[in-house]
Design a protein around this ligand. Structure first.
Ligand SMILES: [Zn+2]
Length: 388
């Protein structure tokens, strides 16, 4: 049996059916309850005779872990995808949980980001199992919770609790027509400016925290973030103040102002360096008795693989065999679980999956049946090459 025959041991109808079952198991985050979706995956795997565990990070946040053993010792491939989806929002012309099939497309929240990707990863395991697991080592499949809100109860939980270790990882995020070898990083930082309250008639007795925050925000918005890495779809860093909160009353000089910022980073910076730059920038404009605290709320490290890494070369070659053209190799603008798999656990990653990237988080999200089949084949061929 050649590799192509093995890959074809899962049918388009099966991939369609699994995707539709997953879309019909709503898992919006917030609140992030993925129990129903996890149960669907457990059933699908059980029917195929693939052993799986349903691990509870919290009561409602579950992580399904399944293992497919090869014919002897060897390397481990990690198939990773998230079950949670962003809430549907407005402007849908299809039922966001209906998984309607129209003209070869399945519509629904999460169809592309990324229940289609989960279905293709599961399909690849089906194909390999049906072919008698003709590889060395093993495949670990994880369907995780909590990706859309920071992964603390999902991929990060699996890594911290040592539930998974691997030599390679494929994250099935939507990337129609190209292959991603990394993603920009992200930090969320909360800044609290501390001043001194006073009567509105005597600002000279107080220290206005909002005025100081305004200066800090202006300084931050003028930071030089022009360094480029053109492999990324968004090739520079960015800084956006996204929340502001301050003051108690119209006639009271405010003693506190808190703001939160979203800082996107290229791999030329570390999380620590980016945080320190923010601290120094604020320090230059805070004076006259005001002070500030800075809290790193959450960090996704920036990650980028070498283009000639065996995982990337193999995935790109598999893509070319399946699609008939060589993919563009890029870095994603947004952060993914690849940040933790590569940035925390040190495991080589590739990000590739069915569905148009641009539809993630939008109304009338869909995934094409053809792209489910192609992704499943790319996963299978990549694994067969690397675990031989
Ligand atoms: Zn996603």
């Amino acid at each position: 049996m050649d590799q192509q025959e093995i890959a074809e041991k899962v049918s388009a109808d099966e991939l369609q059916e699994i995707t539709r079952l997953l879309v019909r198991a709503p898992s919006p985050n917030p609140p992030g309850d993925v129990r129903e979706c996890a149960e669907v995956i457990m059933n699908v795997l059980r029917k195929e005779g693939i052993p799986a565990e349903n691990l509870a990070a919290t009561d409602k946040q579950r992580n399904v872990v399944a293992v497919l053993e090869g014919s002897g010792p060897g390397k481990t491939m990690w198939y990773n995808g998230h079950m949670d989806v962003v809430p549907p929002g407005a402007d849908w012309t299809h039922d966001p949980w209906g998984a309607e099939l129209v003209d070869g497309k399945i519509y629904g929240r999460g169809a592309a980001d990324m229940k289609g990707g989960l279905a293709s990863l599961i399909g690849s395991m089906f194909a390999l199992k049906r072919a008698g697991c003709p590889f060395k080592g093993k495949i670990i499949f994880t369907a995780v919770a909590d990706e859309e809100t920071g992964s603390d109860n999902g991929t990060v939980w699996l890594i911290e609790n040592k539930k998974v270790s691997a030599d390679y990882a494929i994250v099935g995020e939507p990337s129609d027509g190209w292959v991603a070898i990394g993603n920009r990083g992200l930090i969320w930082v909360e800044v609290t400016i501390k001043g001194k309250a006073a009567h509105g008639s005597r600002p000279d007795y107080g220290i206005n925290a909002i005025h100081h925050a305004a200066r800090a925000i202006t300084a931050l918005s003028q930071m030089d973030l022009s360094a480029r890495q053109d492999i990324f779809l968004a090739p520079t860093g960015s800084l956006s103040v996204t929340l502001v909160n301050g003051g108690t009353k119209a006639n009271v000089i405010p003693d506190r102002c808190t703001f939160t910022l979203d800082r996107r980073m290229l791999p030329i910076e570390t999380v620590e360096e980016a945080t320190e730059r923010i601290r120094q920038t604020i320090a230059t404009v805070i004076d006259d008795g005001a002070s500030f605290d800075l809290k790193l709320i959450k960090a996704w490290p920036p990650v980028l693989m070498e283009q000639d890494h065996p995982l990337i070369r193999t995935a790109v070659a598999a893509f070319e065999r399946v699609h008939g053209y060589r993919p563009e190799v890029r870095g994603k603008a947004g952060s993914t679980d690849g940040s933790f798999i590569r940035g925390m656990a040190g495991i080589p990653i590739v990000l590739y999956g069915p569905g148009p990237t641009r539809l993630a988080h939008m109304a009338d999200e869909y995934v094409e049946l053809q792209s489910l089949v192609r992704a499943s084949h790319v996963y299978t061929l990549t694994t067969l090459d690397l675990l031989s």
